[in-house]
Ligand binder design. Structure first.
Ligand code: GLV
Length: 310
């Protein structure tokens, strides 16, 4: 019998166990920390597993992330090098992210935050409608979610630029590549969206220097990872007036501590890491498929390149 160990402090195991049972009644699912004999664990489904723990499972054949991001697993220096790591790429997750990006691009573009604040203050103030063809949206990271979000925003009529490690051909999206073209890309973005994977190369990539290259009055949307953003640098640029606003779905600490300036900052909209979510019924099938593949030595789907980090 194959055993899957479920490791998460934030996901309710019940619907996942039910989904696995429906898909494969033979699969034994254990819920961490009730691991049972460590030798019996064949696969794990993990979200921020305790560092060092995965190395204690001697017969592990597969590590799957709960989501698209995998840095919460790869950051563990003791991770056994030979165990394959997979992540989730899935239509609902991708669509959810495109929806989130479109929503917040339009919110900034139409100055909805300001209009709402004016209403609360009893102010009727006509604001000139923004000019869509003159508002450039830049998307950093063109993986499954970044690519879909960029195409979606282009379909709304915005000029869209994409920045990625390798060239990408996407309809309506001008491709900028690598360090060499980063400054040129940033200089053009009125609204910057970060959907990069978090790797040693992208940690802290949204900082005073990079965000300072955005045009005056630009907006930032971070739905990648909290580790991409140097929060104090963003605050300094918002407070100096260089940046007009930010939407943040991810944070250095989640939730941010109660005294964090983001909570009450008039130019910051915080969302509770819910830009896109993984549902058991849509995600469990690819995990069960990958467990079968791992146990029979077949190629895995959504396999992570561990040296690249995504
Ligand atoms: C969520 O943040 C994910 O990695 O899918």
């Amino acid at each position: 019998m194959t055993t899957l160990l479920f490791i998460s402090r934030v996901h309710d195991p019940a619907p996942w166990v039910a989904a696995f049972r429906r898909l494969d009644p033979e699969l034994r699912v254990r819920i961490w920390p009730d691991t049972g004999p460590v030798e019996a664990v064949d696969a794990v489904l993990a979200w921020t597993p305790p560092p060092g723990f995965l190395a204690s499972l001697p017969n592990l054949r597969l590590i799957s992330s709960f989501g698209a991001g995998i840095e919460h697993v790869l950051g563990d220096a003791t991770l056994p090098p030979s165990v394959p790591v997979t992540r989730i790429v899935e239509e609902r997750l991708t669509r959810g992210m495109s929806e989130y990006v479109a929503l917040h691009v339009l919110r900034h573009h139409r100055k909805l935050g300001l209009i709402e604040a004016n209403q609360r203050a009893g102010i009727w103030k006509w604001l000139p409608p923004a000019d869509t063809p003159r508002t450039t949206v830049g998307v950093m990271g063109l993986g499954a979610m970044g690519a879909a979000a960029a195409v979606q925003v282009a379909q709304l009529g915005f000029p869209v630029l994409g920045w990625s490690a390798t060239p990408k051909a996407l309809p309506g999206v001008e491709s900028f590549v690598g360090e060499d073209q980063r400054d040129e890309f940033l200089r053009l973005c009125n609204i910057l969206v970060c959907l990069l994977p978090l790797t040693p190369a992208t940690r802290g990539i949204l900082n005073r220097s990079t965000l300072g290259r955005l045009p005056e009055g630009a907006y930032v949307i971070n739905a990648g990872r909290g580790g991409h953003l140097v929060e104090a640098d963003l605050l300094a640029l918002l407070d100096s007036g260089h940046l007009a606003g930010a939407t943040l779905d991810v944070f250095a600490q989640e939730p941010p501590p109660p005294d964090h300036p983001f909570w009450r900052h008039p130019k910051v909209l915080m969302t509770p890491h819910n830009a896109a979510d993984s549902l058991p019924q849509t995600v469990a099938p690819q995990i069960v498929d990958n467990i079968r593949r791992a146990m029979s030595g077949q190629p895995l789907i959504n396999l992570v390149d561990r040296t690249r980090g995504y």
